[in-house]
Design a protein around this ligand. Structure first.
Ligand SMILES: NC(=O)c1ccc[n+]([C@@H]2O[C@H](COP(=O)([O-])OP(=O)(O)OC[C@H]3O[C@@H](n4cnc5c(N)ncnc54)[C@H](O)[C@@H]3O)[C@@H](O)[C@H]2O)c1
Length: 261
């Protein structure tokens, strides 16, 4: 029940999908959670639901691609809760296109969220953790993907961004360890998980109905199914808790065997 008791955790992209599952999980295990997103209605509803369940929650409108927005989010969190123990860089977007058809505008939009967002969050979390050192050490958790480990012919920009997140995570983990900062930095690599992102992606693909598309994607995973958001939230919880105190620069692959083939 109290695997992250008294920790303060910021989760970006917290209103739906993996972010929402992660904040629910962290709050149920004793953390104060800061829900950051641009989807205010869903975020505020989740904030209220978590508060009604007896945990501490704060929703903040926040755009991961904006440095000003990051500064405001961190200031607000420290003002309300005193410190930041955990940052989950979860917000992300996907776009599918053949390389010769992808526009520079779409490439830059995706990078501004998936890569700039992770960089800015990491930078400002480290600054905050240096100024207000968390008692049990800090943990930064970056959502990469199976698409940061293996390629997909239609997901070049997404592959590039998630591969970047994977290696940026290792670089920052090494920096923090060697600088004597008690901050662990790890990446999570989900297979396909049933969230709005995957539903929208499947909807946008030509051909069959949704049930057939879902079955096709499920079959790409050796376990024969698409993952549930909680499959990833359990990984977030582990990396946020001190159970993972010797884990840094690691890749936590949660993909039903997708990349084991
Ligand atoms: N669902 C999957 O199968 C899957 C697999 C591998 C990796 N991931 C990664 O996990 C993370 C979460 O994925 P999801 O499936 O829950 O996505 P989702 O699209 O269902 O939810 C993403 C959330 O991020 C928010 N967001 C988007 N742009 C933002 C911005 N500029 N600033 C702040 N918030 C913003 C959205 O409003 C939304 O609430 C993403 O980084 C994604 O790339 C997902």
């Amino acid at each position: 029940m109290n695997r992250v008791a008294d920790k303060v955790a910021i989760v970006t992209g917290a209103s739906v999908g993996l972010g929402a599952a992660s904040v629910r999980m962290l709050a149920s295990e004793g953390a104060a959670v800061v829900l950051a997103d641009i989807k205010d209605k869903e975020g505020q509803e989740l904030e209220r639901a978590i508060q009604l369940a007896g945990a501490k929650a704060l929703y903040v409108h926040h755009d991961v691609a904006s440095e000003e927005s990051w500064k405001a989010l961190i200031e607000r969190t420290v003002a309300q809760f005193g410190q930041i123990d955990v940052l989950v860089n979860n917000a992300g977007v996907a776009a599918s296109a053949a390389p010769e058809e992808q526009t520079l505008e779409q490439w830059r939009w995706l990078m501004s969220i998936n890569l700039d967002g992770v960089f800015l969050g990491t930078k400002h979390a480290i600054l905050a953790m240096k100024a207000h050192p968390p008692s049990g050490g800090g943990s930064i958790i970056n959502l990469s993907s199976i698409e940061g480990l293996v390629g997909d012919p239609q997901l070049g920009a997404y592959n590039a961004s998630k591969g970047g997140v994977r290696l940026y995570t290792k670089s920052v983990a090494l920096y923090c360890a060697k600088a004597g900062l008690d901050i662990r930095v790890n990446s999570i690599h989900p297979g396909y998980i049933w969230t709005p992102m995957v539903k929208n992606y499947l909807r946008s693909r030509d051909g069959q109905d949704m049930a057939a598309k879902r079955a096709e994607v499920a079959a790409m995973h050796p376990v024969g199914r698409i993952g549930d958001p909680d499959d990833i939230a359990f990984g977030v919880l582990y990396l946020a808790s001190s159970e993972s105190k010797f884990v840094t620069g690691a890749e936590l692959v949660i993909d039903g065997g997708y990349t084991a083939q």
